[in-house]
Ligand binder design. Structure first.
Ligand code: V47
Ligand code: SF4
Length: 385
């Protein structure tokens, strides 16, 4: 992280509420949950953006990072298929469209990898009773044996707890075995929204908030760093969002193990919740997408990285988000399935020249990073992609 001076353009922040919060930020005082709620309630999107941008620039200057990663979703079979009502990806074992890759299929998909550019596999899937510890340890071993340079970011906290349950062992034991087999870091999926009432409404049987935090705590204790997410734009309130971010901030204070925060925009198509809410075709608003990223940057003051997932919110919005506190883009993704099962209209992969054009178009400096956010190469303006 580069440390630059924090320069907040107070005179350009119109809403006095946002200006008062800016004063807190300038004096190094942490935001309270009520401040976060006030930011969501404020109509001054520009003021919020200026504040989040100032904080982001103080941490990262003009550099925006991306990683060349490749998603592999080895199984869509999931025991929670009927209770995670927002999910359009999962299938029951005998349902049409259900699949579970063999090791050969995983390897074949890994080899197609991104013209050899892949530096990271992002591996997540359903809670499949037939995909236990051995399924994943042999997968990670085979991937590392053939492609040792590729980082493995795999399995959400929910999947770790599922494996622990079917193997009848503890979370730490699962994590240690996976680490030994090649797991490097964990993604942030499965968090959804932590509030008990919201979880009951959208994911009633999913691992609870305290256990999600517990699995990440156990991973951090073993030196496995992880990401964090929040699914927003469904039935949650602003207070729920802040409760969620507070839990993430508290764990980060304790362990420092989170690498990035990634708010995920709910997509209402092809899932039960979208039908119930009569929201099909009606995604989150651009304003709310930007506010979620900006409030994440401001409230999560102990997080280095805030990532926009362009697959979910479009490349155009992610580009604008680079002025709302975002310093990282979910990069070149090959054959992404989960969001395209629930109505995401965006293209499924971005090439290197495309992502460079996007970042430069925002007046920022693109930089390719590794999975720990170390900059590998910076693409200066004149350099050809
Ligand atoms: O937990 C499922 C979300 C998540 C829908 O850590 C949906 O680097 C929107 O967490 N609308 C998995 N979202 C993906 C994820 C992720 C993505 C990119 C990077 C990282 C990282 C993590 O996808 C699930 C859930 O919150 N999801 N269904 C839906 N209808
Ligand atoms: Fe299964 Fe995850 Fe979908 Fe829930 S969100 S049904 S746990 S794949």
């Amino acid at each position: 992280m580069t440390a630059n001076a924090l320069t907040i353009p107070f005179e350009r922040i119109a809403d006095p509420v946002v200006r008062a919060i800016a004063e807190r930020v300038a004096s190094g005082t942490r935001l309270r949950r009520a401040d976060g709620v006030a930011l969501f309630e404020s109509p001054d999107l520009t003021g919020i953006g200026l504040l989040a941008d100032a904080v982001n620039r103080a941490k990262h200057g003009d550099v925006v990072t991306f990683a060349s990663n490749q998603h592999i979703n080895p199984t869509n079979i999931c025991t929670l298929r009927t209770t995670c009502v927002f999910c359009g990806y999962a299938r029951l074992p005998k349902e049409e469209g259900a699949y579970r890759y063999t090791l050969d299929q995983v390897m074949a998909e890994a080899r197609t990898g991104n013209n050899g550019m892949t530096r990271e596999f992002h591996i997540v899937g359903g809670l499949d009773m037939q995909a236990g510890l051995e399924y994943y340890t042999s997968m990670f071993r085979a991937l590392k044996a053939e492609l040792p340079h590729v980082h493995i970011k795999a399995l959400t906290a929910v999947e770790i707890a599922h494996i622990a349950r079917i193997e009848k062992i503890g979370w730490s034991e699962v994590l240690a075995a996976l680490k030994e087999a090649g797991l490097d870091t964990m993604p942030g999926g499965g968090a959804e929204t932590f509030s008990a009432a919201v979880r009951e409404a959208i994911a009633s049987k999913k691992l609870g908030a305290a256990d999600y935090i517990g699995v990440h705590r156990a991973a951090h204790a073993l030196g496995i760093r992880s990401n964090s997410t929040m699914l927003y734009g469904h039935v949650e309130s602003f207070a729920d969002r802040l409760e969620h971010m507070q839990m993430l901030r508290d764990l980060q204070d304790e362990t420092g193990g989170f690498l990035a925060y990634i708010p995920l925009a709910y997509h209402p198509d092809d899932n039960e919740l979208g039908k119930r809410l009569k929201r099909q075709g009606i995604a989150t608003s651009g304003v709310d997408d930007l506010k979620n990223l900006a409030v994440g940057r401001l409230f999560l003051d102990n997080f280095a990285h805030v990532k926009s997932h362009w697959i979910m919110v479009s490349p155009a919005l992610s580009q604008i988000a680079l002025h709302y506190g975002v310093n990282d883009l979910e990069g070149t993704v090959v054959r992404e399935k989960i969001y395209h099962a629930v109505g995401a209209q965006t293209q499924q992969a971005m090439s290197l020249p495309e992502i460079l054009r996007l970042i430069r178009g925002a007046g920022k400096i693109p930089a390719e990073r590794d999975s720990f956010y170390n900059v590998l190469r910076t693409f200066e303006q004149s350099e050809a992609a």
